[in-house]
Design a protein around this ligand. Structure first.
Ligand code: ADP
Ligand code: MG
Length: 959
């Protein structure tokens, strides 16, 4: 039959829990002094602290320097401490972990003679941690051990399971080999260590999984001079020239655990067997040390206990060969070499070198611990130099991966060891700060508990039966006594030897005895039958109970199945819910990203806008600054200009004042002197003329047609005027007054005339078309309030000048024919004074026919003035005949007719300006001089219609 082997699957690195870490557990054991008279330098203060004080000699040697140092540990075991105590605290948890599938490392550290080996291995009659560990393991898994060779370790630190049949075949094969067997039993052990495993206390792990099968494998190696030797390797015995042992290599397995390649691993089934294997290795070690002249205290010994476990099938009969279900855990028990410095051993030559190397591996251990501590304390990531020595390399994964690491620091309190002990303490204290990842708890097997249930049922039944029979002990003794009684009552057989031929006693005695025995036998068989019957009934009872139990269990099972089905549907529902929720989450996440995108965009936009705004604001500020500069500049310029103008005005006004003075003087002369002289003296007239000349600009020819307008066209010429010449002025005043009298029906009307203050505008006056008549008006136009005043004035003014009608002077334009072009879009102004041209051809659109008949053209144009009033413009021109026989108009003049509301005018006039028709004026009328001056200056303004004032402000423009 072919072996059906299940290989250990390649597993990924065991999941470590980086958040759960445990510090390396460091314990201290202080051994008793070997002699009572020895000086002691270490004192146990309490359960966790020891105090080291320098011995006398040391104090003298160190020149009086004295320092006591205390060191704390997880627990300190004093000189009175027993192995059991130490085992319970330090090693027991490691064994428990081993059975739960977790790895552990326990090592003893200290100088030679400090009790490392005593602690680890123990002394005769006082077993150390190693035998105690083995004992506890076998006590725990004893009944659940797999048959030999069911588990097979491979050469890659893995384990396989083979079928029962294969295991059996292998057992037979091995048994057939002539190699000495390794049967269990104390008789094979060296008497020196036989007592070591005689551990009285039956320590065991309580919760061992009964549905697993277990197998223990042990290996024992030694590291000497940085070489690894297999202490269990079977080498042919060569008494004459023994071969030196071959060193072994280290490799890393798939779980990153280091292992010794080709190392012998022996499957052991009991504590004795295991310890026998250990002892074999120990012996070999001693022989090698002697043969190779090695210092035994300079080697590290490593005893590795591997525990393989795999679950049974549902019936609890066969080991499951599912690879994933096999668990292999190991506990390494390390007895380190003495940590003392080389010079202490006084070694020389080769041994010194070797010792140096050994020391080197301990140094590497110290360095590794230091680096680990530093990395963990300061979060650095320094490389830990595990590979620098075989010792550290072998246990790399305990520090890097996971596992429980414990160290027992052994110290001898004697004064000679003081300095070395100090070093040991320091190293131990540092080690305590290193943390190792806690192994993750994982179920070792999760299969149907077959064997467990069966065992439980059996135990229950047995207990019940025993109870029924009145307790376990009573029943047993009763049965035993009946059997013994029966056996004792068996009659002994008489001697069967016939002494002589006539011996007739022997045979009948024998027959009788045999008959008795026959009877007894019958009785016994009857008893046996009875017992068998009873047992059968008991069995039946048991069967029925089992059946009923089965029914009960099935009922429970179906119940549970129902519950499971319900939970499954619930699970499905929840899964669906989870899916929908995930979908929703997905959508929400997407929406969130969209919103975030939007937010980002908007923020960007906002930023750009704010930047723009800032730019604009800065632009504005710059502009403002520039404008302010400009304003200041302009203000200054205008102030200067104003000053200049004011000065000019002042000069002009002074001139005017002088002229007025002159005029007044002349008038005074006129008023005071004419009575004696009807004719004004030529000197006077000359002066007047001179005054007039000074006031009037030179006459400019004009072609205004309005001069012919007569009284009906009074609007045409407000500046008809007083200053043509002295005589003319009188005439014009008189005629104006006359015309005014004719036109105004009542005196009252004149009072409501618009009062106008004509700003003296010499230049405008000079350009006026009215200059044709040699007139120019300046000064203030005062409209008299009373007719009487006017008459008086007229009398005064015109006494010497005969009134001449203006109309006669317009004969020049009588022959002109006008085209009066009035566009139909014009708005009727309904003013009293309307432009009227006699004999004009009025047209609505420009007509060539009309133009051919006329030599003057006038266009009435309306537009809205800035004050909201209609402004009528009369655009005038001359008509020419063109060479081509057509007509051309050359525009020569524009007259502007404007309406003004008196209230508006009043409002606009400055309050600081004195009202010309106010009280002051009234009083002024009494003054002759003033009245005369008004009379002289009065013009066609007097002919204005009430409530109106028509400014004829002809401006010559180039059409
Ligand atoms: P190490 O292995 O550290 O070199 P050992 O364990 O070989 O030291 O101990 C040296 C001697 O001291 C041994 O004979 C041992 O029996 C004894 N010894 C050590 N520790 C104790 C102890 N705690 N109680 C009694 N004897 C001890
Ligand atoms: Mg030792």
């Amino acid at each position: 039959m072919k072996a059906a082997r299940a290989k250990t699957p390649r597993r990924p690195k065991k999941p470590t829990n980086p958040t759960l870490k445990d510090p390396v557990g460091v314990y201290c054991r202080v051994r008793p002094l070997s002699r009572a008279d020895q000086e002691c330098c270490i004192e146990v203060i309490n359960e966790t602290t020891v105090q080291i004080h320098p011995p006398e000699g040391y104090r003298v040697f160190r020149n009086g320097e004295y320092r006591e140092t205390q060191y704390s540990f997880k627990e300190v075991f004093g000189t009175l401490g027993v192995q059991k105590e130490l085992f319970d605290v330090v090693a027991k948890p490691l064994v428990e972990d081993l059975i739960r599938g977790k790895n552990g490392l326990l090592f003893t550290y200290g100088v030679t003679g400090s009790g490392k080996t005593h602690t680890m291995t123990g002394s005769p009659g006082d077993g150390g941690l190693l035998p105690r560990c083995l004992d506890m393991i076998f006590n725990s898994i004893g009944p659940f051990q797999a048959k030999r060779f069911v588990f097979k370790l491979d050469d890659k630190n893995g384990v396989d399971v083979q079928s029962e049949v294969d295991a059996l075949l292998e057992r037979q094969r091995r048994d057939a080999l002539p190699v000495p067997k390794t049967p269990s039993g104390k008789r094979h052990l060296d008497p020196e260590f036989a007592d070591m495993i005689n551990v009285q206390e039956h320590c065991k792990v309580e919760e061992v999984d009964e549905d697993n099968v277990y197998s223990v494998f042990v290996s024992y190696i030694e590291i000497y001079n940085n070489y690894i030797y297999d202490l269990l390797e079977e080498a042919p015995f060569e008494p004459i020239k023994p071969k030196p042992p071959q060193s072994k290599m280290l490799r890393e397995d798939q779980n990153h655990n280091m292992y010794v390649t080709g190392c012998t691993e022996v499957e052991v089934k009991s504590t004795e067997e295991a310890f026998e294997v250990f002892w074999r290795g120990q012996k070999k070690r001693r022989i090698a040390n002697t043969q190779l002249n090695r210092e035994s205290s300079r080697s590290h010994s490593v005893f590795i206990i591997k525990l393989a476990q795999a679950p049974l099938d549902a019936d609890g009969d066969n080991v499951l060969q599912e690879k994933e279900q096999i668990t292999l855990s190991q506990l390494s028990l390390v007895d380190l070499a003495g940590s003392e410095r080389t010079n202490r051993t006084k070694a020389e030559g080769n041994r010194l070198r070797e010792a140096g190397n050994i020391n080197q591996s301990l140094m590497t251990l110290r360095t590794c611990i230091e680096v680990l501590r530093e990395n963990q304390l300061y979060g650095t990531n320094k490389m830990v130099p595990y590979r620098d020595s075989k010792l550290t390399h072998l246990f790399k994964n305990y520090f890097d991966g996971e596992g429980k690491v414990r160290m027992i620091v052994c110290v001898n309190p004697k004064a000679e060891d003081y300095e070395e002990s100090l070093q040991v303490m320091r190293f131990a204290e540092m080690t305590q700060e290193v943390e190792v990842a806690r192994p993750v708890d994982r179920p070792l097997c999760g299969l149907t508990p077959g064997r467990r249930f069966r065992n439980q049922a059996f135990r229950e039944e047995l207990a019940r039966k025993l109870e029924m029979r009145g307790g376990p002990l009573g029943g047993e003794t009763e049965e035993q006594s009946v059997a013994e009684m029966l056996l004792q009552s068996f009659p002994p057989l008489p001697s069967c030897e016939l002494l002589d031929i006539n011996d007739d006693q022997t045979l009948p005695k024998l027959i009788e005895a045999l008959e008795q025995r026959q009877k007894m036998r019958q009785m016994l068989s009857e008893e046996f039958a009875k017992n068998v019957l009873a047992f059968k009934t008991m069995l039946q009872e048991f069967d029925s109970s089992v059946v009923s139990k089965e029914h009960y269990i099935q009922g429970k099972l179906s119940e549970k199945e129902k519950i499971i089905a319900g939970q499954r549907t619930e699970l499905e529902r929840l899964e669906k819910k989870i899916k929908t929720l995930e979908y929703k989450i997905d959508i929400l996440e997407k929406t969130a990203t969209i919103y975030e995108e939007d937010k980002r965009n908007l923020q960007q936009e906002l930023e750009s806008k704010s930047q723009k705004l800032q730019r604009q604001a800065s632009d504005k500020r710059r502009l403002e600054a520039r404008l302010q500069g400009m304003v200041a500049e302009t203000t200054m310029k205008w102030e200067k200009e104003c000053e200049r103008r004011v000065a000019a005005k002042q000069l002009e006004m002074q001139n005017k004042l002088w002229v007025k003075d002159e005029k007044l003087k002349q008038l005074k002369a006129i008023v005071t002197e004419p009575k004696e002289k009807p004719e004004r003296p030529s000197r006077e007239r000359d002066r007047e003329k001179a005054v007039q000349r000074s006031l009037s600009p030179p006459p400019v020819p004009s072609s205004s047609p309005f001069a012919q307008g007569g009284h009906s066209q009074r609007l045409a010429s407000p500046p008809q005027g007083p200053r043509r010449s002295n005589s003319c002025s009188s005439i014009s005043v008189a005629s104006c007054v006359l015309e005014w009298e004719q036109k105004t029906p009542s005196h009252k009307q004149s009072t409501s005339y618009a009062r106008t203050k004509q700003e003296p505008e010499p230049s405008r006056g000079c350009n006026s078309s009215h200059r044709r008549r040699g007139m120019c008006w300046t000064g203030v136009l005062e409209v008299p309030r009373h007719r009487e005043e006017l008459e008086i004035e007229e009398d005064h003014c015109c006494r010497n000048a005969p009134p001449v009608r203006l109309r006669h002077r317009r004969s020049r334009s009588a022959g002109e024919r006008w085209v009066d072009h009035k566009p139909p879009s014009n708005v009727p102004t309904e003013t009293v004074l309307q432009p009227h041209v006699p004999h004009a051809i009025t047209v609505a659109t420009a007509s060539e026919k009309a133009l051919a008949k006329c030599d003057k053209y006038m266009l009435t144009h309306q537009e809205l003035a800035s004050d909201g009033e209609i402004e009528t413009k009369l655009i005038k021109g001359d008509v020419f005949k063109t060479r081509g026989g057509g007509q051309a108009v050359q525009f020569t003049d524009i007259e502007t007719l404007k309406q003004e509301s008196p209230t508006g005018r009043k409002r606009r006039s400055s309050p600081s300006q004195p009202d010309p028709l106010g009280e002051a004026a009234d009083s002024e009328w009494t003054d002759v001089e003033t009245r005369c001056s008004v009379a002289v200056e009065m013009r066609a303004g007097s002919a204005l219609g009430p409530g109106y004032q028509h400014h004829a402000q002809p401006k010559r423009r180039k059409p």
